[in-house]
Design a binder for this molecule. Sequence first.
Ligand code: WTA
Length: 568
Amino acid sequence: MSNIGSYDERIKDFSWALSEKELEYRDGDVINIGWYCSDRICQQGNGDKPALIWEGLGGVEKRYTFNDVRLASNTIGHFLRGLGISAEDRVCLFMDKIPELYLGFLGVLKIGAIAQPLFSAFGDESLYVRLENARTKAIITQRKHVGKVRKIVEKMPWLEHIIIVDHDGKKELKERETVFSLENADPVEQFEIHPTTAESPSVLHYTSGTTGQPKGVKHVHYSLISQYLTARWVLDLQDGDIYWCTADPGWVTGTSYGIIGPWSLGITQCVLDTGFSPDSWYKFIQKNRVTVWYSAPTAIRSLMKAGSEKVKEYDLSSLRHLASVGEPLNAEAVIWSEKVFGRPFLDTYWQTETGSMMLTNFPGMKVKPGSMGKPFPGIIATVVDVDTFEPIAEPGKVGLIAFKPGWPAMMRTYWNNEETYNSKFINGWYLPGDRAHIDNEGYFWFTGRDDDVINTGGHLVSPFEVESALLEHEAVAESAVVAKPDEVNMEVVKAFVTLKPGFEPGPDLELKIMNFIRKKLSPLAMPQEIEYVDNLPKTRSGKIMRRLLHAREWGEEIGDTSTLEDDE
Ligand code: WTA
């Protein structure tokens, strides 16, 4: 029996207030995610239950019980407090998927500070713009990544502490650097958790838009209600489960469902901190007897490419429930997974901004391969007309996805950018910026984004950011960045560039430019192809028209080209 039972029954009398009561979320007014995910589980008598099974390179394994998580997060919180970090200060977590990332996340929340997780694959430029925007006070990182922080530290007078969690004492520490070792620190048994309340800020996740720098999505401790309930009803997490969320906590999936969702339910989860390969993934599932697996379409497509025979080399019979997020999950992937794993990947749709799942397929519900499913109970969702923003009654007609604001995990604002935040609401609807249609049974079908953001392997890349970085390369005069179709990643980054006089187009230069972006931004933002052009299509006032280049890449009708001359 699944946790949700019948979807139709659940939505009938659902209310967030009722759920809040059920979850015993409140202790007076005080609510704290760090406490909820560790101390509370111990108080329920589950302190000895495994919370985290971690595997790193070379098969190294570390295990933590819920009591270990409680102590470790206390210890990290205590250390941070000792450095003078207090409520609402931003603390960046800039690490691989090592245990300190997961434990540190809760430690930061326990002192009421704001956790700012960033991908460790980010280059110095990507790191800088996000730390600058948040005026981050401390960054927790590893030896192997500290070089990137050092490169920009002079420009960041507000960054007071650079905490290295794996310093081996061999190299000298530089200015503002300090060492913390979880293994050597005295465990802190009694810890005064900061009395955060529902609206206290918790997590700041950065996400890319079409224009401008990335936006800091501000979440609050109250988000827990949505994360707990979606993890329970959609991921169907149950007491004996071994859960694996493949996402990195630099991405919202890795925090909402790679930390908060499972641990708020006292569920054992495992983490694999090595690169992707079908063999290593299947081996990991087999070894840990994973029961619930939350992953992403790009990974699933890569597994499909490796073939059905590969699946048979492993015993994956422990799997009982699979779900996916981040990009359109094609019907073939759903059908294939049912064939080879005995159950389909259930698609879930949501965003950094929404904080928790919005449209989903539920256990027990009829799955229509290729559809994102239906709204989670308590979520009022529709599609609205692109011009009038009025709900579309007609089944099958494409419009903008729209949600009625009011669910607990919704972002509270974009950090220092209230204007952009406000622009997301029209006619009383929150518009996530995607298009879809709804069929006659109420299922949502994704048709595309409503902006130029590139979704590569589930990661959003801003064309603006890549274009800005390209302009910093000595050879590039102008650039336009668009998505190019890709079999596995769905989309990859492609750049059109015009060169400055004196530079010769060619493969050598292409490689140099690619590497330049990889180092500055990240491997994901790196263009997979650079096309040299003499001119870029522009509006009369000189605005580059990505739309035209995009259409060409996708073999689409270019449509109205009158705007080629005019400003839109
Ligand atoms: C896209 C991810 C199609 C969409 C948790 C959304 C999807 C953006 C799906 C958010 C899905 C996410 N089908 N598209 N099931 N899930 N997307 O903020 O464009 O990194 O707006 O959060 O990914 O990406 P984000």
